[in-house]
Structure formats: C-alpha cells, structure tokens
Design a protein around this ligand. Structure first.
Ligand code: AMP
Length: 412
C-alpha cells in the first residue's frame, strides 16, 4: 500500500458504486427532464462573496465550513458548499429572466464543506438538486416537492418521511425573531453554550439543538407558524392542498430549521429512518424569494432542493445494478494475437461488447477468465482456425477468422 490515502471526509468511488450512482443519475434525469428541467453545470469554485451573501454570513456553512482558495493576489474563491447561490448567479448572469418563467434547472455535482467527518457527513459529497426560478406560485412549491418524492421512490429509498413548514417572508420573520430572542434571553441559564452564543446571530437554529435541556425550553418557545400573516398562511395552505391532491403524505413540523439563511415561505425536508437518528436528512430545500436581491439582483422568486447522493444510495434498498452482458470473448494462442485483436476491435465497432486477453495468460487461463465473464460467444484463435463456441446452446464450430463476424451477426 502507498503511504497516501484519501483525505478525511472524502472517498473514492469504485466501479460498483459508480454503477449505482449512474443508475440514480439516469433515473433522476428521466424524471426531471420529463417535468421540463434542463441540466446546468456551474464551476466547482466561485467568488467567496457569492456564498457569503447568498448563503448568509450567520450560517454554519459560511462561518465554519468553507474551503477557501487564494488566487489573483488577494481574491478569495471558495469550493462550492451548495448549489443554489451559483445557479441563481447563473440565472442572472445569463439573463434567464427573459425566458418563459419559471426557469427549471437540475444538477448533480460535488460539493465541499469543511465539517468534522462522521457517518453520512463528508467533506466532499455529491448533491442532486433542482431550482425553479421566476414564479411565486404555490404550485411550483408542490411540484418540486413531488419530484423529489418521485425520485426517492424510483430509486428504492424506504422509510421516508416528509417534513413541511413555512417560514413566512422576511418582515414577519423579523418581528418573530425579536420575540424569539427575548424568549431565549429569558431562558439563557437552561440553554446550551452553543445556542446562547448564537442567540443574536441565528436564534432560529436553537430549534435544531440536540441538547436535552435546550430542547425542553424550545418545546415551549413561540412558534413562527402562529405569527405568520394571512398571505403566507394562504400560500402554505395551497401548497398543502396540492400535495394532498397528489396523495403525498407529509407532517407539518413547526420547528423545522435548515442550515441556510435564504429561505422564505415553504421549507421542507425528506428524512429516512434507514440513515439512523442524527444525519437522517436525505435532502430538502425551500423557497428563496429573497436570494436574488441578496446577490444584488432584482426581486426574483425561486424554490429548489438538494439531496445527498451518498445518503440516498445508502438508504436505497435496490439490489446492485446487473452488469451488461458480454457478447464475445476472444482467446488466442500467442501467434494469433494480431488477428484476435482485430476481431475484438471489429466486434466493438459493430456495436457488440467484446473482451480480449490483455495479460498474457495461457489459453487455459483465458478460458477460465471467459467463464467468469460469461459471454454469449467465445472465439478461440488456433492454428486450425477459430473455434467459435456459442454458450447459448448453439453448436461449436471451427470457422475461418475473417468469417467470425458473419457468424455472430444477427444472433446478438
Ligand atoms: P443542505 O444543502 O445542507 O440543505 O443539504 C442537502 C442534502 O445534502 C442533505 O440533506 C444531505 O443529504 C446532503 N449533505 C449535506 N451536507 C452533507 C455532508 N457534509 N455530507 C454528506 N451529505 C451531505
């Protein structure tokens, strides 16, 4: 073994896992593109400022988890920790407001957060995500939620629950925030150190605390949902009506908080019991009608979600994908190497899958290898010609090398 290993919180994706990811990607692509989503790819790094403004200075992500890069004498870039701010940047940079709204985009890429690695929490991970930008209609909220539910079902994720909340808009949240800060201050002595330290910075995160005494205090804390103005309640009610019409079960969770700052109104998270008790979030998202303005653009409504690919795969109960069958295995005595090589390459050009001995094995060794691969045909180059074995019950034949393709064509 070399003295190098993958850095903490990262891992290699070996072919078997890559095949599972590939299947997930194909499934998601099919579902999303049928709903009108187009794929977008943004750079792996962006100006640090984009995330500072777009994700929010007060968030854990910006405060503690960004991998920053220095370049261009003093300009700071950051490996993307999330996909929404970059996609909104791209929407504005490319004038996508001129397209029919909402603009629907999906992505699957690597993201980077400098977190303490643990089960289901990595420093490099993949997210599948979508963003629907340009419409405030509650139907968009319901549609994006349904799409994630459909993907989770299609990839065989079991034991899924959907939590739903509404955060209202910034004005109602600001008033509520003051009320919550006052409540937290009044109970400071019963709250965890971490929560107390962040009362002014991000009081809503207190609902996220795992500390038992803090949880007791939070159980009686004022709830945002009881303070929302009618407009926000109407929006939330319509989202729920639409989800019910689509028969999607959900639980309203008035304590749901998510780590990113830009959410307004609808907020949701899909969890799976298969992931254990703490890192059980498969994915989630919400509406971010204030994000474009936070990035210096015009008011632009939007909603989206991101789901962790590693978590979805580990909560999936689907059997591993079966490998594609091999059509032809070419074995040969050393003096027929060139002709054997040519046959394998002709077969591939004709669209068949073909394997050729590449490690100098004896013919016996090659045939052993062939029985592992289980091809439809085995062609063995000998001095007498090519022995063509049909493993699908056909007869073994001795044929001329240049006729092998003719013999297998039409049967595969
Ligand atoms: P977020 O962008 O924080 O809302 O995360 C969306 C989803 O991405 C989560 O529900 C997880 O499934 C996944 N995720 C976020 N952070 C990590 C991480 N550090 N390691 C693995 N998956 C993650």
């Amino acid at each position: 073994m070399s003295r190098f290993q993958t850095p903490p919180g990262t891992s290699d994706v070996l072919p078997e896992k890559a095949a599972e990811r590939d299947r997930l990607e194909q499934t998601a692509k099919k579902i999303l593109e049928k709903a009108g989503y187009g794929r977008i790819e943004t750079p792996t790094f962006e100006f640090t400022e984009l995330f500072a403004r777009g994700v929010g200075e007060a968030t854990d992500v910006v405060q503690k988890e960004m991998f920053n890069l220095e370049a261009d004498s003093g300009t700071s870039y950051t490996l993307r920790p999330e996909g929404t701010a970059p996609v909104m940047r791209a929407y504005m940079e490319h004038g996508m407001h001129k397209l029919p709204q909402p603009v629907k985009l999906w992505y699957l890429s690597s993201y980077f957060r400098n977190e303490t690695p643990q089960a289901h929490r990595y420093r490099q991970f993949s997210q599948l995500g979508i963003e629907a930008i340009g419409s405030p209609d509650p139907a968009v909220d319901a549609e994006v939620i349904l799409l994630l539910a459909e993907i989770l079902e299609a990839i065989g994720v079991r034991d899924v629950t959907l939590l739903l909340a509404s955060l209202g808009q910034p004005e109602s949240r600001a008033e509520y925030r003051e009320e919550l800060v006052a409540y937290l201050r009044a109970h400071e002595d019963q709250l965890s150190r971490e929560v107390v330290d962040r009362i002014d910075l991000n009081p809503l995160r207190a609902f996220d605390s795992k500390d038992p005494r803090t949880r007791e205090v939070m159980a009686k804390a004022p709830r945002l949902i009881d303070r929302l103005p009618q407009e926000d309640l109407d929006h939330f009610a319509e989202v729920q009506d639409l989800l019910q019409a689509a028969h999607l079960a959900y639980t309203v969770d008035t304590t749901l908080v998510r780590g990113l700052d830009y959410y307004t109104r609808t907020l949701f998270e899909f969890q799976s019991g298969q992931l254990g008790a703490t890192q059980n979030a498969l994915g989630g998202g919400g509406r971010y009608d204030g994000l474009a303005q936070a990035l210096g653009g015009p008011p632009t409504p939007g909603i989206g979600w991101a789901a962790g690919v590693e978590r979805m795969l580990s909560a999936s109960t689907q059997p591993p994908p079966v490998e594609a069958p091999v059509d032809l295995f070419v074995a040969y005595h050393p003096e027929h190497k060139v002709a054997a090589f040519k046959l394998a390459s002709d077969a591939r050009r004709a669209g068949h899958s073909a394997r050729l001995e590449l490690a100098g094995r004896s013919v016996k060794g090659q045939l052993k290898q062939a029985s592992r691969v289980r091809p439809r045909y085995v062609a063995i180059f000998t001095d007498e010609g090519v022995e063509l074995r049909d493993r699908d019950g056909g007869e073994d034949k001795l044929v001329a090398p240049e006729t092998v393709m003719h013999h297998i064509r039409g049967t595969l």
